[in-house]
Design a protein around this ligand. Structure first.
Ligand SMILES: Cc1cc2nc3c(=O)[nH]c(=O)nc-3n(C[C@H](O)[C@H](O)[C@H](O)COP(=O)(O)OP(=O)(O)OC[C@H]3O[C@@H](n4cnc5c(N)ncnc54)[C@H](O)[C@@H]3O)c2cc1C
Length: 547
């Protein structure tokens, strides 16, 4: 075996987004030695709004109101113990971040909160210069101060597995061209969501489907994978801003959505509130319906009318305004055009309220984990989820350290190296990147916003064909190509869970909409569809009750 350097740590946190940093800080504050390893910063720097029911903007807000909004917005499919943890934990998270010096803007001694879609009250915290980026900077500085070891530019290629216990990870440093092994007594998986598994997507390139592929392989239980959120208003024009989500908070502030006739069409779907007080999943369906029924613009978009906002309000969205102006479009006078794109995953790894996955040594938090959002997540809850469940997973990992038996580390590491080198194929005719593109187009076509049996069955068949090609014929001449082939395995496993669960769920609920089963069916489907692997590595269905 190639010589592989090893490091030892109590808690290994995989992922350097908000969930990863919150986990690392929380575990370190419990006294554990902590190492983080990740590639880049994930989706977290793009966060604009983050919910916390601190009742600064409206005294009627409370954790109980937030709880009720989440369960309503999630169509009852949310695990209540996780919802409770989020409702209360978000208040605590805001206090902790403020204590770290995170500069949430204040007016008359009260933190300013915005109104995001699906929330009864304005409860979104924000920082005009970039909420996610600035919160991350503060967390990263604090993590460094308290002695968290941080390894960046590292690709997690496998979890180290010692007789069913997760005991670390195998890392690949692309710049150095070396493997290393991080051996740990507990691992927190915070490697984010589904990544670019759909052709239209807002995910950054460093997030793949590795969370789900790795978790499935190492014995975790995945639930609710059919619930993929499509961001309703993602920029298509100007071209230079393509893929940039327009903030739904701007709609809360008074921007309009217009179809090609100049009609504020949202009032047809949501008569009292129009663009406000509607969860994102529903709004995405409305926008897509306008486009599908021919009322969109000629480039299959609708208009996001920023010009009706008071200038001062509009200018407070500094990043968006700057990016649009850099693209030559002044949103004060010219509105951008938008359509839905895949944006986040509601489902994921089943966890308890300590972030434990049920697999010895393995914890998860943030977008990698599922259960709290149910069938649709409230705008601003992606961030709240990372802050609360990142911290819970970090604390859980630090208090659930495996005893440190003597392990045959060389054998454990060799098995993970083999997971990579097993993909070697000098003569393959297919490129992993081409197969990934084919998966993306197939997912958008067959398991997009609107679904039906015929398309889903065709999608299953298409995925089986692509998986056969991937297994037999993917060109992999060096470690980078082998790792890309491994990523493709994770992507295919994740796509399969989304496709299979979408076919199984013969009802419409939240982000999962079946043209052939338009009604919600609580009698049969008020439960999680789940998957795990059996002892032989086969893929098995494992539904779970709502907790
Ligand atoms: C454009 C955009 C805007 C958004 N805006 C909002 C918003 O305003 N409000 C809100 O609540 N939510 C928002 N969301 C959702 C929110 O950003 C995510 O749910 C949240 O940031 C997820 O955080 P995380 O820490 O779980 O994962 P991420 O922030 O995605 O971090 C994942 C981490 O894992 C690393 N990683 C992944 N795979 C590997 C691997 N194999 N090896 C090594 N490292 C790996 C990544 O590099 C990264 O460090 C937005 C999402 C996007 C894409």
């Amino acid at each position: 075996m190639v010589d592989i350097s090893k490091l030892q740590t109590d808690v290994l946190v995989l992922g350097g987004g908000l969930a990863g940093y919150r986990a690392a800080v929380a575990a370190r504050e419990q006294g554990a030695s902590v190492t983080m390893a990740y590639f880049a910063r994930g989706a977290s720097p793009y966060v604009i709004g983050c919910n916390a029911p601190i009742a600064h903007a409206d005294a009627r807000d409370s954790p109980d109101m937030f709880f009720a909004d989440m369960v309503r917005g999630g169509y009852g499919l949310n695990d209540r113990r996780l919802v409770r943890a989020l409702a209360h934990g978000a208040v605590e998270a805001q206090r902790e971040l403020s204590a770290l010096g995170v500069p949430f803007p204040v007016e008359q001694d009260r933190i300013i909160q915005r109104h995001l879609s699906g929330n009864t009250y304005p409860r979104s915290l924000f920082i005009p210069e970039g909420t996610g980026r600035i919160v991350l900077e503060h967390l990263a500085a604090h993590a460094t101060d308290i002695g968290v070891r941080i390894l960046t530019g590292q690709k997690v290629v496998d979890l180290l597995n010692a007789d069913g216990e997760v005991a670390g990870a195998l890392l690949w440093d692309r710049r150095a061209g070396t493997f290393s092994a991080a051996c740990a007594r507990a691992v927190v998986l915070a490697t984010g969501g589904i990544g670019r598994i759909y052709a239209d997507s807002t995910y950054p390139a460093d997030v793949g489907s590795d969370s789900y592929g790795l978790a499935l392989k190492h014995g975790a239980h995945l639930i609710d994978m059919e619930f993929v959120q499509f961001e309703p208003v993602v920029t298509v024009w100007p071209e230079a801003c393509r893929g940039m989500e327009m903030p739904t908070a701007m709609l809360g502030d008074g921007a309009h959505l217009l179809n090609a006739q100049g009609e504020r069409f949202m009032f047809r779907y949501n008569p009292v509130h129009g663009e406000r007080q509607i969860e994102k999943a529903k709004m995405a369906l409305c926008v897509q319906t306008e486009i599908d029924e021919g009322r969109g613009m000629s480039d299959d978009t609708v208009v996001f009318d920023t010009t009706v906002l008071p200038a001062e309000r509009l200018e407070s969205y500094k990043i968006h305004v700057r990016r649009l102006r850099n693209a030559g479009v002044d949103p004060l006078t010219t509105p951008p055009r938008v359509r839905p794109a895949s944006h986040s995953q509601m489902g994921g790894i089943l966890i308890d309220d300590r972030g434990w996955t049920g697999v010895p040594g393995l914890y998860a938090g943030g977008e990698s984990a599922g259960g709290v959002h149910g069938a649709s997540r409230l705008a601003g809850n992606g961030c709240a989820d990372t802050l609360v469940f990142g911290a819970l997973a970090g604390r859980g990992a630090a208090s659930g350290l495996l005893s440190a038996p003597a392990r045959d580390w060389d054998a454990v590491i060799a098995a993970s190296v083999e997971a990579v080198t097993g993909h070697a194929n000098e003569t393959g005719q297919a490129r992993a990147s081409d197969i990934k593109d084919a998966v993306r187009h197939l997912m958008l076509r067959n398991a997009g916003l609107w679904r039906r049996e015929e398309g889903l069955r065709e999608g299953q068949e298409g995925l089986r064909d692509l998986a056969r090609t991937a297994a037999a014929d993917t060109l992999a001449r060096d470690v980078d190509e082998m790792i890309e082939a491994l990523e493709l395995d994770h992507m295919l496993a994740t796509a399969r869970m989304i496709m299979d669960a979408s076919l199984l769920r013969t009802e419409s609920r939240g982000a999962h909409q079946r043209r052939d089963f338009p009604a919600q069916d609580d009698a049969n489907w008020l439960k999680h569809i789940g998957f795990r692997t059996d002892h032989a590595g086969g893929f098995v269905r494992a539904d779970a009750p709502i907790q």
